[in-house]
Design a protein around this ligand. Structure first.
Ligand code: ATP
Length: 261
């Protein structure tokens, strides 16, 4: 599925997997990663883990917003340190907090920005943004002030803005948390059809249906890595055990992943 024609031909250098090699990251006084090595090649990769386990930090390393204190992160042949300015053409990102992402006053400007930055003429980018909005049930939103949108509507604009730039890799950090059910379902279906690599962090485990691989981060380490059903069952069993240990009298709700109890 094509959302936008690419503004400029993609550099061959962005082909190939994401690789982290010996990555060390300290944020504030806390060591988040102490020698993380990973190859991320699958088309659909999920990240799960407790609050503070390092999911957002990992995504920020891949899009070059955060540079490792030691080690390297590469996207194909692009090194996030040396080739930082080339990354936005290849790597799209939807932030957990939309207010950290939105920079323009109007919806149209926000969505057209990426293609214009890549060289698409403004009139063409604006027309394509209008078309994209219409395809997602938001016809006529272009002139709306972003500040007047609800949280979920802002989240939708951020997702569309990321797609508009035609990335090869889409990084999503809790992208659907404020979307209503119908919009969430529609996006999950569209996501499944997108011809690009998706790496998504979420606490909504059902979003990983159909994913190729899930990584469970625990204290900056990989606690489990593999098919979603396997990893999510381990993760949920661990979470339930810890919830029980914290409050032995707790009545745990049934259901969940992989029959974990
Ligand atoms: N800007 C920052 N300054 C200092 N420390 C930070 C900063 N951002 C994150 N951290 C720390 O880095 C660690 C990893 O945070 P990160 O945001 O990657 O976690 P997360 O898994 O995405 O959590 P959540 O599920 O809550 O979104 C945490 O201990 C956090 O306190």
């Amino acid at each position: 599925m094509t959302f936008f024609r690419r503004a400029v031909p993609r550099a061959p250098a962005d082909a190939g997997p994401v690789r982290l090699s010996g990555v060390e990251v300290t944020r504030g006084a806390r060591t988040v990663f102490a020698g993380l090595t990973l190859t991320l090649a699958e088309r659909r990769i999920g990240l799960v883990g407790d609050n503070g386990s390092g999911k957002s930090t990992l995504l920020r390393l891949i899009n070059g917003l955060l540079l490792p204190d030691a080690g390297t992160v590469t996207v194909g042949a692009l090194d996030t340190r040396a080739d930082r300015r080339k990354l936005p053409a290849s790597v799209g990102f939807v932030f957990q907090n939309v207010d950290h992402q939105i920079i323009f006053p109007s919806v149209l400007e926000e969505i057209a920005f990426g293609p214009i930055a890549q060289g698409m003429p403004k009139a063409e980018a604006n027309a394509a943004a209008d078309h994209l909005l219409a395809r997602h049930g938001c016809a006529g939103w272009g002139e709306r002030a972003v500040a007047d949108l609800s949280e979920g509507q802002k989240q939708l604009v951020c997702i569309l803005a990321a797609l508009a730039a035609g990335p090869r890799i889409l990084l999503l950090d809790e992208p659907f948390s404020s979307l209503d059910l119908a919009t969430r379902l529609a996006f999950a279906a569209r996501l499944a059809a997108l011809d690009l690599q998706v790496i998504m962090a979420s606490h909504d485990l059902h979003l990983f249906d159909g994913f190729d691989r899930v990584l469970w981060l625990k204290g900056g380490c990989i606690a489990a890595d593999g098919p979603p059903a396997h990893v999510l069952a381990l993760y949920e069993a661990d979470a339930r055990a810890r919830a029980r240990a914290a409050d032995p009298g707790i009545a745990m709700p049934a259901g969940g992943w992989g029959g974990a109890s």
